[in-house]
Design a protein around this ligand. Structure first.
Ligand SMILES: [Zn+2]
Length: 554
């Protein structure tokens, strides 16, 4: 439904998936009694099987009002003879609409013809429609967008008394045709086809062909929809929207440029992207008990209380995103990702299965590349969430980043806080071992590995491949990488190291040489701290680092 009349919200067009592909049929149609011309007619095949030819013949004379033959209308009892001239607005590119963006696409086509480097998202964004609505523009919003962009759209809604509709519809068609002759196309809101319960759909009307009495229009719903033709009679039947049985409505938006904005296609995610994303997402979200919050560049979905989901979105997601961007990442992830926050282990297990068909191997949460989603049991705390947020940003900003740094940074921030306005990692369980194994006074985890001499050299850590890091881990990879990052952070070197590594990534893909250089330079400039950093080589550094780690507390 395109017009904003809530009681008729049923039957919205879902243009991404037309219910039936257009097939073209050729029907022999008796044109007018006088002319007795046979006209070839292209019809939507979905209409024709149910519709008797006789019914079509009835509208034949109405449509082929003499204009077709140029001989004048002989059916003088119904209407005066009007000859509509051939007209076509040339050179309008055709765009395939995104789901539910038929009006946006129509407007973008003509804006491109006018030399504006814009797209359908730009039109949606100009409408001010809240992307949480998870739909494209209805008439009211499309009208607002077109006015804002700078078109003189004219009166949009035309009331047609049902009792005398033919005359009124002709008047509106005449006005539309006159605009075409003046070089002004129109977007109309009309029924998609003749089927009962058909949806409403915006189309861009660009011309008229007298000989065949056909409207020429761009069909946004289909890839090959340029310069489609439709019998004027069919068009005039599909155009009126019958919300009220006594008074019908015709909708037309003129595209006469007034003071057009320059406009550009956005390079980052805009409201249009979120609207599209939410249209797809809504099919996945269980109908009850979930709250959805747009928190750029993510969408957060959770089944805690709505207030709590919003608090997580603001307090954890937004905070982490802002701080991580400030410290490391100028670019957003290349797609909108979902963050699913399930309220407890039962919900987590149940929904992983029912929504994604996953049986998670971790109780905390994980990232699914296929689903484009971070999936969490949020009851275990926000740590895993911040850890997982690091990864899509790393992928967008430093795709070559080796696993040791990607996981080192991710796990650094799984226990994080704010210090002097910046995000910092704190000591955590990886020092002493996992939650399950941890007992008071027992040294597991990294400390135990250090005491047992099981921690590899930094050269070896840096040169592990991603496969080795994840699959051949002897239990120390994450912790060693995390506490190297923590060490760098506590010595004011972490950001410097990250940016130096990123800049130097072609020459030094493992980061090892950069690490050495950063540690070395620091030792050269600092006085007292040289006692910590000023060692001869990386072997000495490792010994010092191990002693430093053993003194840490969690
Ligand atoms: Zn990770």
């Amino acid at each position: 439904m395109r017009d904003a009349a809530p009681q008729t919200e049923v039957g919205r067009h879902s243009p991404g998936k037309p219910t039936m592909p257009y097939r073209r049929l050729t029907l022999a149609v008796l044109a007018t009694a006088a002319a007795a011309t046979l006209a070839a007619q292209k019809l939507d095949s979905s209409n024709s099987p149910q519709r008797p030819a006789a019914r079509f013949a009835q509208i034949g004379p109405l449509s082929l009002s003499a204009a077709a033959t140029g001989k004048g209308d002989t059916d003088k009892s119904t209407r005066p003879a009007v000859v509509y001239k051939d007209v076509l607005i040339p050179g309008v590119p055709h765009l395939r609409q995104k789901p539910d963006f038929c009006g946006e696409a129509c407007a973008a086509m003509y804006l491109q013809k006018l030399g504006r480097p814009v797209d359908q998202d730009y039109v949606f964004d100009s409408s001010g429609l809240d992307p949480m609505a998870a739909r494209g523009c209805h008439t009211k919003e499309l009208a607002a967008a077109l006015k804002k962009i700078g078109f003189k759209i004219g009166p949009v809604w035309h009331k047609v008394p049902a009792a005398d509709h033919a005359k009124h519809i002709q008047t509106q068609w005449k006005a539309l045709h006159a605009d075409l002759l003046a070089g002004v196309p129109s977007i109309v809101c009309m029924h998609y086809d003749h089927k009962p319960g058909t949806t409403e759909h915006f189309r861009l009307v660009l011309g008229y062909r007298a000989k065949s009495d056909e409207i020429i229009y761009h069909e946004p719903a289909e890839a090959d929809g340029a310069r489609r033709r439709m019998k004027k009679a069919t068009f005039l039947k599909l155009w009126p929207l019958k919300y009220n049985s006594k008074q019908w409505t015709l909708i037309r938006l003129r595209l006469e440029p007034d003071r057009l904005e320059q406009g550009t296609a956005a390079r980052t995610f805009t409201a249009a992207d979120y609207a599209q994303h939410l249209m797809k997402l809504k099919g996945k979200v269980p109908s009850r008990g979930f709250t959805i919050v747009i928190q750029p560049p993510f969408v957060v979905i959770g089944d805690e209380s709505p207030a709590m989901v919003r608090r997580r979105a603001q307090g954890t997601v937004k905070w982490a995103v802002d701080k991580l961007k400030q410290a490391y990442f100028p670019k957003d992830p290349t797609r909108i990702l979902d963050i699913w926050l399930f309220k407890d282990p039962t919900s987590y297990r149940k929904h992983c299965k029912s929504i994604f068909n996953h049986n998670p191997t971790t109780p905390y949460g994980y990232f699914s590349h296929t689903e484009g989603a971070l999936i969490m049991d949020i009851h275990t705390g926000g740590g895993t969430l911040v850890h997982e947020i690091v990864h899509p940003f790393m992928a967008a900003n430093f795709p070559e980043c080796p696993a040791w740094l990607n996981e080192g940074l991710g796990s650094l921030y799984e226990q994080s806080a704010q210090r002097d306005g910046q995000i910092v990692g704190l000591t955590n369980w990886r020092l002493n071992g996992g939650f399950q194994r941890f007992k008071e006074g027992e040294e597991l985890g990294l400390k135990l590995a250090i005491r047992q001499g099981r921690v590899p050299s930094f050269k070896s850590l840096c040169s592990t491949t991603d496969y080795e890091f994840y699959q051949k881990d002897n239990g120390t990879n994450y912790a060693q990488a995390r506490y190297l990052c923590y060490y760098l952070q506590e010595h004011g070197l972490l950001r410097k190291f990250y940016h130096a590594f990123h800049a130097n990534r072609k020459k030094d893909p493992t980061g090892y040489n950069t690490l050495r250089a950063v540690l070395g330079r620091k030792s050269a400039v600092l006085g007292r701290e040289d006692a910590v950093l000023g060692r001869k080589d990386m072997d000495q550094f490792k010994k010092d680092w191990e002693q430093w780690v053993l003194k840490l507390r969690f």
